[in-house]
Design a protein around this ligand. Sequence first.
Ligand SMILES: O=P(O)(O)OC[C@H]1O[C@H](O[C@H]2O[C@H](CO)[C@@H](O)[C@H](O)[C@H]2O)[C@H](O)[C@@H](O)[C@@H]1O
Length: 270
Amino acid sequence: MTESGGLIRSDALPSVLEHMEDLKKRLRNKRPVVFIDYDGTLTPIVDRPERADLPAETRRVLRVLSDKCPVAIVSGRDLADVRNRVAVEKIHYAGSHGFEIAGPDGQIELQQGRDCLPSLDQAEKALRQGLASIPCCQIERKRFAIAVHFRRAAADQFAGIAAVVNEVAAGYRDLRRTGGKMILELRPAADWDKGRALQWILRQWQLGGKDVLPLYLGDDLTDEDAFRCLRRTGVAILVRDEVRPTAAHYAVENPDEVQRFLQELAVLLP
Ligand SMILES: O=P(O)(O)OC[C@H]1O[C@H](O[C@H]2O[C@H](CO)[C@@H](O)[C@H](O)[C@H]2O)[C@H](O)[C@@H](O)[C@@H]1O
C-alpha cells in the first residue's frame, strides 16, 4: 500500500462489500447518515448527460434505505435536474456541487453563488458563442455552474475547447475553472465544495454527534473534498474506475456494486 499525505492509491483500497462485518461493528450504537454522488456512482457514465437515468431498482433501494436512515444526494448537476432524476421524496439533495441544497423542509442557495449569477450568465453566452462551431461540444448550464462536455468531441478539438474555456474564465475573477470526467466547468470561486455541503447538511440535521456515522459514496475528484471531511469520523467509499490517490477508506467497482452495497446496508439497519 502506498500512502502519501493521508492519501492512498485507489487500487490498494479494500472492497467494502468484503468488509460488511467491519461496518456492522462500526454501526453498533451509531446511526448512519448516507451521502451519495449521482453520475458515475448511482448511474454509469454515458455519452450524453441527459441520458444518465437512475435504474428503477436503485430507486427502490434508495426508498427502502431512506425509510431507515437519513440519505442525501450530493451532485455537480443542477438541483432540479438531480432531484427529478432520483425522485425519492424523503431524500435531501445538494446540486451545483453544494451551492443549492433542498430537503423535505425547504431549500437554500448559497449567497456567494447568487452573487456570481450575472457572471455565470455572461460567461454562458461567451462559451456558447466561442464553442458554437465545434461539433459535439455540449454546454450544460446549471444554476451555479456551467459544464462544457467534450466526451463526444473529436480528440483533436480538445485543446481548442480548453483554450476557449480558459479565455472566458480569465474574464471573471468571481468564477473558477474546474475539471471532471470529460468536462470543464466554470463555477463560483467561493470556498465551498461537496465537503462543505456535507458538513452543512450534518449541522442542519443536528447529526454532528459521536452517535452518528456518516458514509459517503462517490467516484470523482469533486467527491474527494467530502472524503477528506470523513477521513477520521466517517466511512468514505470510492467507485474505483482509475488508479489515483484518494482519501477514501474502501472501494466498490461500479454503480451495480453501489446498489448492492446500499441494499446490504439497508438490511443491516433496524
Ligand atoms: O457530482 P456528480 O453527480 O457526479 O456530477 C458530476 C457531473 O456529472 C455529469 O457529467 C458526467 O456524467 C455524464 C453522464 O454520464 C457524462 O456524459 C459526462 O462526461 C460526465 O462528466 C453532469 O452532466 C455534470 O453536470 C456534473 O457536474
